[in-house]
Design a protein around this ligand. Sequence first.
Ligand code: AMP
Length: 213
Amino acid sequence: MLGVRVGDRRPAVGRVADAGGRLRALLIAPPGAGKGTQAQRICAHFGVADISTGDVFRREVAAGTVLGKEVASYLDRGDLVPDTLVGEVVRQEIQKALDATGGYLLDGFPRTLPQAEAAHAIAVDMGIAAHAVVTFDVPRAVLLERLMGRGTSDGRSDDTEATIRHRLEVYDAQTAPLLDFYSGQGMLVRIAADQSIDEVTKVTIAALEEAMH
Ligand code: AMP
């Protein structure tokens, strides 16, 4: 399968014997890798809820809630929202997603090792396990080019050049190490995502279907 390496899933720690049902997956990728676009397409295909923690936080900020006021400055700087504020939000979103669709794609969570531990604890509490963790590999120069373009077209307040560079550094320091962690668990699916949007969607869906069986 073009551009896909699926790890050996046999000895996977943290997977339950019956990992059936609707898709439950995590998507971990650097800013600009196409996470949001692909998440929507993947969720439409599998009929599951798209849980984007970035979207949840942006909505809270826009609505001026207590949580929104707490997280706004982190988003503006391109820093991660503290783990303590993320875990509870995600637990609620997963429950809603399971009730509504029986599955989910977590887009942008976990982003730190404590969040990965929280993800595991939530899954254990709910008696479920993820089928796979997907990551998109995109060359750094391409990410920068896409993000700079997005800032001018979408007007996202965290898409200025300094913030973009900072978010990539944060990704390298805090989030990228999770890929080794999930690879060690045999759960990681790497997608070569420097291809057309349609091609990335096709390859990712195929890899996830394989992971579910
Ligand atoms: P995204 O839309 O995924 O690029 O996220 C936008 C911003 O939301 C990030 O730069 C963080 O400030 C915040 N954010 C989203 N997800 C998380 C997370 N799992 N942990 C901490 N901060 C997050």
